[in-house]
Design a protein around this ligand. Structure first.
Ligand SMILES: Nc1ncnc2c1ncn2[C@@H]1O[C@H](COP(=O)(O)OP(=O)(O)OP(=O)(O)O)[C@@H](O)[C@H]1O
Length: 256
């Protein structure tokens, strides 16, 4: 039995690499409609965990459930059809096309029913309208027709979110959405993620603690492949083991 209010659950999720256990028996529970952050020091197993959830890697043992259904052995395309969508990195957009063309292409990714719909006769105009709407949602309306390569880094990351939204995710997985950003872009992308989280669930790997503390409902702290602590920011930041993991001393606090 899985829990009805959990959109994603793992049981004993484990991944070994040549005898080294990068993810060790993780029981993760992501509540429907929340923003959930996966944090932890370097090498804690965040990326491996993320790759297991998005089916880029196969678990050595353990199970993954999405919306009550086991997806442990499902292919990446199959889980995408069910609404589990990983953000497409900037490298996945076409730099010499415009943002509106990039989002239009994302809208046409073959996803079963919606693919057939978009192949209908009203397709072209509807696609462009929907792409413009999504660009508006991420604050890129004014940049719809410039070359993607000319966008600022922050705007490119916003475009990445728009192309992800094009797949209408139920559970959106974001891999370090503010990585490499200056303050202004961090604030903009944080507000954007908060906005697009309405009506869906977001699971993200993120290093920026200020960002995590401001929008995550739940934080899971990983260390050496295991869950060290879990809760809201107040709970995990007060945890002595978390302080030690981050700073090497119980007196230190999470960088904020
Ligand atoms: N393909 C692989 N082969 C061997 N070891 C791996 C592989 N991928 C990850 N590891 C090891 O597993 C451990 C966890 O790595 P992972 O990248 O998941 O950590 P992380 O928490 O994402 O770290 P970071 O914050 O530095 O990205 C590390 O010790 C890493 O060296």
């Amino acid at each position: 039995m899985t829990h009805a209010n959990m959109i994603l659950e793992t049981r004993g999720l484990t991944r070994e690499f040549n005898g080294f256990t990068a993810v060790n028996g993780i029981d993760l529970r992501v509540r429907r409609g929340t923003i959930h952050a996966l944090i932890g020091p370097n090498g804690a197993g965040k990326t491996t965990c993320f790759n297991l959830l998005t089916k880029f890697l196969t678990p050595t043992s353990g199970q993954i459930f999405f919306d009550g259904r086991e997806i442990t052995r499902a292919a990446p395309a199959a889980i995408a059809r069910q609404g589990v969508v990983r953000s497409f990195q900037i490298s996945a957009v076409f730099p010499h096309l415009t943002p509106v063309d990039n989002v239009t292409i994302a809208l046409q990714r073959p996803l079963g029913v919606s693919y057939r719909f978009w192949k209908s006769s009203t397709m072209v105009r509807s696609l462009r309208e929907r792409a413009l709407e999504l660009l508006g949602d991420v604050g890129l309306a004014a940049y719809a027709d410039v070359k993607t390569v000319e966008l600022s880094y922050g705007h490119k990351r916003a475009l990445e979110i728009a192309t992800t939204l094009a797949m209408d995710p139920v559970l959106m997985l974001l891999d370090e959405p503010t990585q490499g950003m200056g303050h202004e872009d961090v604030d903009r992308v944080t507000a954007l993620i908060d906005k697009v989280s309405k009506g869906r669930t977001i699971l993200m790997v993120e290093h920026n603690m200020k960002m995590v503390s401001s929008i995550a409902d739940t934080i899971t702290v990983l260390q050496r492949g295991e869950i060290l602590a879990e809760g809201d920011y107040a709970v995990v930041s007060a945890n002595p083991q978390v302080k030690e993991a981050y700073m090497g001393t119980e007196d230190a606090s999470l960088a904020h």
